[in-house]
Write a protein that binds this ligand. Sequence first.
Ligand SMILES: *Cc1c(COP(=O)(O)O)cnc(C)c1O
Length: 640
Amino acid sequence: MNDVIPNEPNGAWTPARSAQRYQIQGWGAPYFSVNAAGHVEVRPNPDDERTLDLFELTEDLKARGHQLPLLVRFTDIVGHRIKRINEAFRKAIEEYEYAGAYRGVFPVKVNQQRHLVEEIVAAGQPWQFGLEAGSKPELLIALAAMSEVGGLIICNGYKDQTYIETALLAQRFDKRVIVVLERLEELDHVFRASEKTGLEPVLGVRAKLTARGVGRWKDSAGDRAKFGLSTSQIVEVVDRLAERGMLHCLELLHFHIGSQISSIIPIKNAIQEASHIYVDLAKMGCKMGFLDVGGGLAIDYDGSKTDFHASKNYALLEYASDIVAHVQEACARGGIQPPTLVSESGRAIAAQHSVLVFDVVGSNDVRFGDPPEPAPQAHRLLHELHETWRGIVPKNVQESFHDASQAKEEAQSLFKYGYLTLRERAQAEGLYWSCLEKLSRTMKRLRHLPEELQQVEALLGSIYYCNFSVFQSAPDVWAIDQLFPVMPIHRLDEEPTVSATLADLTCDSDGMIDHFIDLEDERRTLDVHPIRPEESYYLGMFLNGAYQEILGDLHNLFGDTNAVHVALTDDGYRIRHIIQGDSISDVLRYVEYEPAQMVESVRRQAERAVANGTLTNPQMRMLLQHYEAALRSYTYLTEE
Ligand SMILES: *Cc1c(COP(=O)(O)O)cnc(C)c1O
């Protein structure tokens, strides 16, 4: 949908204009779009014509008793992402006549939810897609999840003796488990584990590259990086393996220069550097066979296709081609066999598949509208403000803004010294807001906005109170100011006339979303629709399937949200899994409370109150019923 926006501001609004306003084509294609009904439409498998209406799905799920906020996972999207990545590498390999293969792995840390990991393993089977573990618990997940399939298991992260022994024993399974050395000390553990188990290890080394990523994760590489071995340490590993006649145990070179690498240039630099390390390791007599390029493949969260931190300036095929071409060239020059290429894309596989749908529970949105003429005997200031309001035209917006602001300040100081009543001050402030509203409408007709007037929009911006917790569902918004696309999932055939920031349910002033995607830079407000009484208003936060769930915390004890896995069927959709969010009892137990004892404590107080005659029996029953029902209920706001 890319029709031209009509110039006249009163031109009829269309779903296509909403699509443009929210840039859904840029960040959402091919999975998300706007349909003719003005709802967000999901195409979980773009190779297929079938679509789902996200608004209707939400209403349907609500009718079945699934409360908002609701995390909707489309696991077909994950399957499609795995397919796209594998096809991109297959294409690049064909194009360059590369004599090696590609074997991807999914880094479990990105989203460890069992149902998702299981679906990733199943969807990846045609390509022998494997898993990457970054810790002992994740290794346990990988070993259990891949019981029926082939594919690599890459063991990264810091390792102790039992981690390494477990991995070594599992190397005898019918799959390849590779232990990647992150620190030099791990080699001693490996030697000990090998002696103890009587098994030869299959090893990799993680190189600390000079080439760095960009943006927030740039410190994942470089000399001061937390992970990986420097070149001298790598040479030491080779020497120590050689001493023991174990050079054939080293099969893989790994690097990871950080996540969300928004520019292709650092990726090229890293792969060039790593290719040469790989070639030299092979020349030094190591067995080799695998080059693992780590993660970092970015997601275009703002749809701008730039190297802005929330975007990326390269396509998937370009990424695969650059890797294949550089490795090809280095191996040809070194005269060695090209390796099997491994990548560990997490974000690029998991981000798109889940959407958080939440409802708006209220706003501070008060419209003052056109003010009545003050009574003749009213305070001079009120007459002046009304005069300012009446006189606003495009030519004098700046001057009118000054006049209105000054009058408001004067009202405040007159009040302070007792020259204005509370009612008069309230009238003056109402008139001031009427002026700002009229200024905002008038400014829309101007081509160039004086800088000073840009604050009018910010001052007028509404706050929409939303039924979710940033800390639980989008922690990176709070922690690293990450941008996620947020938009209404319905009413997209109406113009969104309100500019709002979004506040969550927590009592924390950081529990806000006040940065939004924009083609140019970032925006401070989101365009939304006026809330209608008695009608739900739903927003969706998109592309939050990577990292958010596991980083989420229990701020104010808002727990895990409900989650559903939705799959398309011939006649609609099917819920594959329902994962109940936390109840209040669940979150209380996390912090060591025992709900039964809490009920007891409240009951004792209620009985004392009944005995003292301050509470009646029916009142006591009602209180205890509420208390017990709340313990069983969802932590978020629920409808009656
Ligand atoms: C986090 C991580 C990844 C995943 O990175 P993405 O940018 O999400 O693809 C891959 N490999 C390692 C070693 C990691 O630590």
